[in-house]
Ligand binder design. Sequence first.
Ligand code: FEO
Length: 168
Amino acid sequence: MLSKTIEALLNKQIAHEAFASYYYLGMASWCQLKGLDGAATFMYRQSEEERAHMLKLFHYINETGGHAHAPPIAKSPEKFKSVLDVFMLALRQEQANTKCINGIVEICLKEKDYATFNFLQWFVSEQHEEEMVFKGILDKIDIIGMDGKGIYMIDKAIAKLNLQLAQG
Ligand code: FEO
């Protein structure tokens, strides 16, 4: 049975994941309109993943005696300066999300809610992986540079990464 505090925190996390899903959808659209097909595919996939994270929390709450709520979605930015800007903002979003997850994990320990603590371990690993992937893309952008054919090469590199991610 979830405590009211943890139920509220998990519902808040649902809102964060939903926001991330819409944020990345806006990024995907911007990338697509700029002809950055690799980056667009990456962000569409990422948006789907965030929705899946949201649903994972949703089901957990309802299966554990709580009530999951469909959150209102805040408007997310839709215009970006560059592909670098997109991935810098995405990394910032992930870092903020990691902090939120870690905060809930800490409270679970304090409340001795080991079931939710255990459930959240999946999110802890996922955050680690996502931050690593976003940092990796930013490193590539840094190495390739955005001059001349740089943006084209960056997009190709992200398209290659999409194939690797799709294969798991
Ligand atoms: Fe579900 Fe990327 O946080």
